[in-house]
Ligand binder design. Sequence first.
Ligand code: FES
Ligand code: FE2
Length: 410
Amino acid sequence: MNRSPLPLEAFEASAVELDKAVTLPPKAYTDPAFYEFEQRAIWDHSWMCVGRADQIPNPGDYFTTTLAGGEKVIVARNAGGEINVMSEVCQHRGMCITAPPGRPRDEWFEPPPEASGNTRTFRCPYHWWIYDLDGQLVGAPDMNHRDDFERSDIRLPRLEVEMWQGFIFANFDADAPALAPTLGKADKILANYHLDEMVSTPPEILEGMPFNWKLMVENFMEGYHNDRLHHDLYDLSLGDDPDNESMTKGHLGFDYEPGEGVLIGTARTAHKDRGLNATQRGFFPPIDTLTDDEHWQMVFMFVPPTLLVGLSTDSAFWFLVTPTGPETLNMSMSYVHPRSSRDLKMFDHLFSLQEAAVQLFNDQDLPANTATQIGLRSRFAPRGKLAKGDIFLAQFNHWLLERYRAEEGA
Ligand code: FES
Ligand SMILES: [Fe+2]
């Protein structure tokens, strides 16, 4: 049994109905021992998104990434077209096999950079052990002197892999229940977007952001701050949906049942085919398979613990959240567009406009997270009462508490 260093009873007030819920205990965002508990409770057992299949379209394509807990992995497409996610720790003496074979003096003590490319094998630069695209050891020089050495016994450890809507998910836990059956609610909402056929822009990685991973998720998903923190950007207001009480102006309607693997909200927009930029319109042609209603919709989605997605009617942006410590995280930011938009002559120009507009939100959101983290370290940090527009937080708290309790019960 692995007990939480913060008593879980203290979390219960955060995972009740919205009108009674308060924020999580501040130490859940700052305490190193609680961060370790979360590694076991959440990150060791969850489906973590590592990227998208369209980033590695051809056999031999690969990229590396670093997961929670600092685990470095290779995401590679094998000759048969299947995607593997495997440790990049060489099974000889532990070097990261995609590390460069030498670096200049000012980089001697830097972690190896992430790598990508196309290859038939991975050769560890240290002693030249060679692994194929499934992680199988296929070469090891000067090892014939050992009669207990069989290349076929040795492979790079592989994680469980599941694909969903074009996203690649990996899990350390071989017994983890499948992800897709927990995402049915999102499949319904996303059916007409054909997200799996969209094409990604190269991810931009922000390293060492100085706040807890949960703050990033909460900021991305809650709608309460949109008309306030961002009030001076442009009209962000969403239309009212008379059928959904929680979907009033500026707020997203959310719905979450225990056991589900996604938190998703839709909102009716004040303009048809709205874009998050000063023109209020998407820069790209709207996705032509959407229903008339869906042209008035924005979708915000979280597949915990890593994947955040915001969908407009012409594109989507997706962020990956990876904690690197109790008060730090790395984040990868990318967009997807329909292939027909990617083929437009003006794509690069339009995309630079789209990106610049979203950057204005980051200019407000990321410093807000930085300043909130400082507040949460304070002796005066609150257990604040949640607002109607904070409904996502109450639901996320449920998701968290389910995992924390399961870890204590395990
Ligand atoms: S550590 Fe990789 S070959 Fe020796
Ligand atoms: Fe924001």
